[in-house]
Design a protein around this ligand. Structure first.
Ligand code: AMP
Length: 210
C-alpha cells in the first residue's frame, strides 16, 4: 500500500499516519518531521529552512524531493509507505512521478478552517520524538509530558495563531490543486475529518478497506 495524506495543517494527517503505519506495518514519512529534526540538530539543511518553517512558508520543491527520495530508498519502504505532508505542490507530485514513486491512494482529510484553528491552538508536540498530543482531544497521561518518550511537550512555533492563518493560505494557494490532480488520476478518497481521533480513524479504515 502506497498512500499520500493530503489536508490542511491540523486536519489529523500526522495522528492518523501513526495508526495506519501500525495497522499496515509500513512507515509513515513526514517531511515536516524530517525538517524539524534538521532544524533541531542545526544541520546545514536545518539552518537553511528554519525561518521558512517558522513563517509557515513552503520549503523549495528541490529540497523536498531530495530528502524524500533518500528516505524512500531505505529498505523499510519496500512493502509500502505513507507520505504525510508531501507532496505539497503539483510540482512535487510531478517530481515524485518522475522519480517513479508509485501511489495507490491519496486520502484527503477534509475539515473546515475554523475546526483546525481550534485544534492547532491546543496541539502540543514532542520536540524529541515528534509525537503529537492535544490538551483536550488527545491529552498526555501526565500533563505536559510526552506519552512516548517523557520529554516536556511544546507548542510548535508555527502553531501560533498568526502563522496558522498563513499556513491555511499556503494550503489553498499551493497545495489544494493536488485535490484535482489526484481526482483526475482516480485515486483521491475523501475522509471527513471533524470529530474525535477514533471517529476519524474509523473513517480512514472504512475508506482504505472499501
Ligand atoms: P508539517 O509538519 O507537515 O505541517 O510541515 C511543517 C512545515 O515544514 C511546513 O509549514 C513547511 O514549511 C515545511 N514542509 C513540510 N513538508 C513540506 C513539503 N512537502 N513542501 C514544502 N514544505 C514542507
Amino acid at each position: 500500500m502506497r498512500i499520500i495524506l493530503l489536508g490542511v495543517p491540523g486536519a489529523g494527517k500526522g495522528t492518523q499516519a501513526e495508526f495506519i503505519s501500525n495497522r499496515l506495518g509500513i512507515p509513515a514519512l513526514s517531511t515536516g518531521n524530517m525538517l524539524r529534526a534538521a532544524v533541531k540538530a542545526e544541520t546545514p539543511l536545518g539552518l537553511q529552512v528554519k525561518d521558512l518553517l517558522a513563517a509557515g512558508e513552503l520549503v523549495s520543491d528541490d529540497i523536498i524531493l531530495n530528502i524524500i527520495k533518500e528516505r524512500l530508498a531505505e529498505p523499510d519502504c519496500n512493502p509500502g509507505y505513507i507520505l504525510d505532508g508531501v507532496p505539497r505542490t503539483v510540482a512535487q507530485a510531478e517530481g515524485l512521478e518522475a522519480l517513479e514513486v508509485e501511489v495507490d491512494t491519496c486520502l484527503f482529510f477534509d475539515i473546515p478552517d475554523q475546526a483546525v484553528i481550534d485544534r492547532l491552538s491546543g496541539r502540543r508536540s514532542c520536540p524529541e520524538c515528534q509525537a503529537v498530543h492535544h490538551i483536550t482531544a488527545n491529552p498526555p497521561q501526565t500533563e505536559g509530558i510526552c506519552d512516548v518518550c517523557s520529554t516536556a511537550l511544546v507548542q510548535r512555533p508555527d502553531d501560533t495563531t498568526d502563522t496558522v492563518g498563513r499556513r491555511l493560505e499556503v494550503f489553498r494557494e499551493q497545495t489544494a490543486p493536488l485535490i484535482d490532480f489526484y481526482t483526475a488520476k482516480g485515486i483521491l478518497k475523501v475522509v471527513p475529518s471533524e470529530g474525535t481521533v477514533e471517529e476519524v480513524t474509523a473513517r480512514v479504515f472504512d475508506v482504505l478497506e472499501a
